[in-house]
Ligand binder design. Structure first.
Ligand code: ZN
Ligand code: ZN
Ligand code: FE
Length: 757
């Protein structure tokens, strides 16, 4: 007979509120084992007793077959003396002690719930709030910890008898699923007109009918309100665009399933996996020329942002319309999205004809995430709903709790303790009171949820960023002493890329972005840094050019063309902007009101303006985005750019700009020129890196900054560097843009703490 053994097993990670204990219960029974399982402050703890062979099979299966929402970070076992215990038990939680448990992100409706949703005999048939331990709302409904129903926005709904017995049954899929509910006891839908009066009919059917008739509908989702219109309806989508004052930014489109997605876009297997995965981001994909989508959805774009339904409400709504819908954030221009009913009605009246809403409150406003696919991995553009607040695991634990305050645009913040970095959902551009308030409230919320009392606060060097001011105010206000760490913007970008890859450097960091405050007080943005987490040296950069009119040059890319070319500028460009042309040239030549910048983003702006793509922009980075969209993917040519020596290597962006003008005047198509320009930038980056490898001996490159959201540029750069024998680090967990800065700040601060000790 086989020997009987008993072991203690500790599992850490996202293992609470995801059905882990019932899973262990079922698994133990399958292997004929006895013992117990419970939660403690660090995760799940169990004691397993039985035949040696069965115990080892159980342990082998434990991580492999774990519930879909579980993220297992560590399993530790230690031997115990067998007790002869009979049966297997789930024991109650021990809530005392430090809170080290993790809250999972909101997750798309699972296959089991979808089956029940479509099953006429199921008691949740057609119920738009069906969920279980494997799916449903999480982060967006959590008001406080521990993650228990009374601390969620489900608190006002008292479970009916049937739901309660599922909730308490360890063998049930809904055991301890906090948002569990049904039509008898849970939230209800309402369809309201702009004045708040209920519209007649069954809300979902009536809402779908409104969309089919060409109306614009506000829909309460997981993290906020969307506004929706039929994607194929030219009039409705144009009306939506006009009412939102959103002149050009592409709208996301929700499709019912992968088959429909394939009708709209070209999708490879990785794209399919990301689209259909539980996080359900908006995925930017190359659109089919014949995609049945109205022109107003994504004007001038070769790609479309697609997503699949992620709540039962969305599934039912799309079944009703039987066609894809535009689903874009419920806000006016740059304000944060509305997430409370009163606020939504106030702000979205005038945009939406009707409101499909319900009585389950959203606690945390959370935007849809946006990703691209690059070389069989996700390239995050915005990391938010479905990802936050899941921690990013750090290669080494931080010695003291750290807050990274983030940048100004596309802000996120990041709290770290131990090996966990909790990066926030997307907060937005910290330019108005509303956004700043959701920032400060968000920091408070995260501090409470994850029990982090920051002792070190890392911030950008830009003195005018509201996130920098917040860091200083916090240091003044806290009772315990807080150490401030200023982190240079592009160093933070490269550190973010290092942390994303679990690397510590040294690397040749290429940080190409819009603008960031340099250590010399000028604006940087086309930087080559010899970097590790603790520090950096600026070894090369784009040759600085004046930004005539300061921030006006950001909004009006034609000014950058004037700055690069002066009187050499094409007559057409000067003609289009004749009114201010001479005064802008004067600013450039006299260097008045024209701060110098080495920004790569502004170089892309200049080229976009010269090609007639855009003289002024309506959202950040628009000219560069459209330049990439315009580029002909079949073109192979490139432009050369000189590199000269100085205190640092100087990369002459003006050479690329002149080549653009020469080709344009020779009658070459703008699509071809756009591609050659992208190739020219990539080739120049590779050349500079080769020169720097010679002097530094470093053969690892890290690519970061918003410009590297550009997949055309990224692909050519990575390929060129790899051909030259570099190992190349790119982003796959956090965005290369300023949304990833907060993680980089944390990584730099953590390294500086280590070097102090
Ligand atoms: Zn489910
Ligand atoms: Zn119920
Ligand atoms: Fe940046």
């Amino acid at each position: 007979m086989q020997q009987c053994i008993r072991v203690e097993v500790r599992v850490e990670g996202v293992v609470q509120g995801v059905g882990f204990r019932p899973y262990v219960h079922g698994l133990a029974r399958r292997f004929g084992l006895s013992g117990r399982v419970g939660n403690d402050t660090a995760g799940v703890i169990m004691e397993i007793e039985g035949a040696e062979q069965a115990v080892s099979e159980f342990l082998a299966a434990l991580t492999v077959q774990a519930p879909p929402l579980a993220v297992i970070e560590q399993v530790r076992t230690s031997p115990l003396v067998p007790t002869g215990e009979q049966g297997f038990h789930i024991v109650s939680s021990n809530a005392a002690g430090r809170r080290d448990t993790l809250i999972s992100a909101d997750s798309a409706t699972c296959a089991d719930c979808l089956r029940e949703l479509a099953e006429p005999t199921d008691r949740r048939f057609d119920y738009p709030f069906i969920n279980c331990t494997n799916c449903g709302p999480r982060f967006t409904i959590v008001r406080d910890v521990p993650y228990d129903r009374p601390f969620t926005t489900m608190a006002p709904f008292t479970m009916c008898h049937a739901c309660a017995s599922e909730y308490h049954d360890p063998t049930d899929r809904r055991f301890h699923a906090q948002p569990v509910c049904c039509p008898a006891c849970g939230p209800r839908l309402r369809l309201l007109d702009a004045s708040g009066t209920d519209l007649p009919g069954e809300p979902l059917a009536a809402a779908a009918a409104l969309l089919t008739d060409g109306a614009v509908l506000a829909v309460k989702g997981l993290g906020g309100f969307h506004v929706a219109a039929l994607a194929s309806d030219a009039a409705a989508t144009a009306m939506l665009r006009a009412r939102k004052h959103r002149e050009d930014k592409p709208f996301a489109v929700m499709v019912a399933d992968l088959d429909t997605a394939h009708e709209l876009c070209m999708i490879d297997p990785m794209g399919e996996r990301v689209l259909a995965g539980r996080r359900r981001p908006v995925v930017l994909l190359p659109r089919r020329p014949d995609a049945p989508v109205a022109p107003a959805v994504a004007p001038g774009n070769r790609s479309l942002g697609l997503m699949l339904p992620y709540t039962p409400l969305h599934h039912l709504l799309l079944r009703g319309t039987a066609r894809p819908i535009v689903l874009t954030s419920g806000n006016v221009s740059d304000e944060p999205i509305a997430y409370q009913d009163d606020d939504a009605r106030r702000r979205l009246t005038g945009i939406a004809d009707a409101f499909l809403t319900h009585d389950r409150a959203i606690h945390m406003r959370t935007d849809d995430s946006v990703v691209r696919v690059f070389r069989c991995a996700e390239l995050p553009v915005r990391r938010s709903r479905g990802y936050a607040p899941e921690p990013l695991t750090l290669a080494r634990p931080v010695l003291r709790p750290i807050l990274g305050c983030g940048a100004e645009l596309k802000n996120t913040f990041c709290l770290a303790r131990g090996r966990h970095a909790f990066m926030s959902h997307h907060i937005g551009d910290l330019e108005n009171y509303e956004t700043l308030r959701s920032y400060t409230e968000g920091v408070e919320h995260f501090r409470r949820l994850f029990d982090v009392q920051p002792e070190v606060v890392a911030h950008d060097l830009h003195p005018e960023y509201l996130s920098t001011k917040y860091a200083h105010d916090l240091a003044d206000a806290e009772l315990v002493s807080v150490d401030l760490v200023g982190v240079q913007h592009h160093h933070a970008h490269i550190a973010s890329c290092l942390a994303d890859n679990g690397d510590a450097g040294p690397v040749l960091g290429v940080a190409f972005d819009g603008l960031g405050y340099g250590t010399d007080g000028t604006l940087w943005g086309g930087e080559f840094l010899l970097a590790e987490l603790a520090g950096f040296q600026r070894l090369a950069h784009l040759v600085p050019v004046p930004m005539p009119g300061g921030t006006a040059a950001i909004r009006q890319p034609w000014r950058m063309a004037a700055a690069y070319l002066g009187t050499e500028a094409p007559e057409e460009l000067a003609g289009r902007n004749a009114e201010h042309w001479d005064s802008v040239l004067a600013m450039v030549s006299r260097q008045v009101n024209a701060p110098l910048t080495s920004s790569a983003g502004r170089l892309f702006d200049a080229v976009a303006a010269i090609l007639g793509i855009r003289d002024s922009i309506n959202y950040e980075g628009q000219a560069a985005v459209e330049l990439e969209q315009r580029a002909d993917p079949t073109e192979q040519g490139s432009y050369p750019a000189a590199v000269t020596r100085g205190p640092a290597l100087q990369l002459h962006g003006v050479d690329l700009v002149r080549a653009v003008v020469a080709d344009l005047q020779a009658g070459v198509a703008p699509e071809v020129i756009a591609t050659r320009f992208h190739h020219g930038v990539a080739d120049a980056i590779v050349r500079v890196c080769l020169m720097l490898r010679e002097t530094t001996g470093v053969s690892v490159a890290a690519l970061s900054g918003g410009v590297f959201q550009n997949v055309l540029l990224l692909e050519r750069t990575v390929a060129g560097l790899e051909q030259s024998g570099f190992r190349v680090l790119t982003h796959s967990r956090v965005p290369p843009n300023d949304g990833g800065i907060s993680l980089g700040q944390v990584a730099v601060a953590a390294a500086s703490l280590r070097s102090e000790t």
